[in-house]
Design a protein around this ligand. Structure first.
Ligand SMILES: [Zn+2]
Ligand SMILES: [Zn+2]
Length: 276
């Protein structure tokens, strides 16, 4: 499996000179295996960059696994060049919403006066599948969907494809004591080759924002340890963390005792590619 990170930031796009190396685009990861149809993890503003990577007239046939409907996870859809071309097809999996079917929720987010084009008016075909707790087969990939604690309906995904596995837990509300992990999350991450996990806060920031839906980097490491994940990728960086901040924070996590921990800890950045 080939994994490319196009957006690694949480909450809001945050381009700045001080975070050029890690990047300011929001959650977008692309999974590929040879010529099989790609699988997207979230539709953040990094999605635009994936479109720019393609030839000028390219169309796509892809599946998007969306964790939840917060802006930072869907805002890239209208700016994804290939979806404006006839022949493109995107099937979007996302959690059930109390506000109604996903078609209605996306239609309310993407319509005038907020954006001039409704999703149904795009040249490409966009369709939706609501999920909550499911085991799916998407082409040759096995996909596990489980609820993840956050703010509002949220899921995580595990993709087993081409002999390797990735778990994606982008936004994860830790408990106040930062000491236990939901069984649903541990099931997603069990022995996975690569865990891409929320790493939004420092411990000091978590004290101030303990109910904002996120966790600390140390908590991400705890999830990796308890689940036996082989590699941990720290993801969904806080918009206020500069490149230098992230370098130092990630070094600090790597320096912690790795007894029974992942064999590698990676700080996600725009353009990062991982082969499994
Ligand atoms: Zn988010
Ligand atoms: Zn969120």
């Amino acid at each position: 499996m080939h994994i490319t990170f196009y957006g690694v930031r949480g909450s809001t796009p945050s381009p700045a000179e001080s975070n050029r190396r890690y990047g300011g685009n929001t959650s977008t990861v692309v999974l590929q295996n040879g010529h099989e149809d790609p699988i997207l993890l979230d539709l953040g503003t990094g999605l635009r960059l994936w479109g720019l990577d393609m030839p000028p007239a390219a169309t796509v046939d892809a599946t998007a696994l969306v964790t939840h409907i917060h802006w930072d996870h869907i805002q890239g859809l209208p700016f994804f060049g290939p979806i404006h071309r006839r022949g493109s097809r995107l099937v979007v999996y996302a959690p059930e919403q109390d506000e109604g079917p996903l078609e209605d929720v996306f239609d309310r987010f993407m319509r005038p006066p907020y954006f001039p084009v409704q999703y149904a008016q795009l040249e490409g075909d966009v369709s939706f599948v609501s999920v909550k707790d499911a085991d799916l087969e998407i082409n040759a990939a096995k996909v596990k969907v489980r609820p993840v604690p956050h703010v509002g309906p949220t899921v995580g995904y595990r993709v087993d494809w081409a002999g390797s596995s990735v778990a994606y837990v982008s936004d994860h509300q830790a408990p106040p004591g930062l000491d236990t992990v939901a069984d649903s999350v541990l099931e997603l991450c069990d022995g996975v080759d690569l865990l891409i996990h929320d790493a939004q806060f420092t411990p000091e920031e978590f004290v101030e924002k303990s109910t904002w839906g996120h966790c600390t980097m140390e908590y991400a490491l705890l999830v990796a340890r308890l689940s036996g994940a082989r590699r941990l990728c720290l993801f969904h960086h806080d918009p206020s963390h500069t490149d230098d901040d992230l370098d130092a924070l990630h070094e600090g996590i790597r320096a912690m005792d790795h007894h029974n921990g992942p064999r590698e800890i990676i700080g996600a950045y725009e353009g990062l590619q991982i082969h499994l």
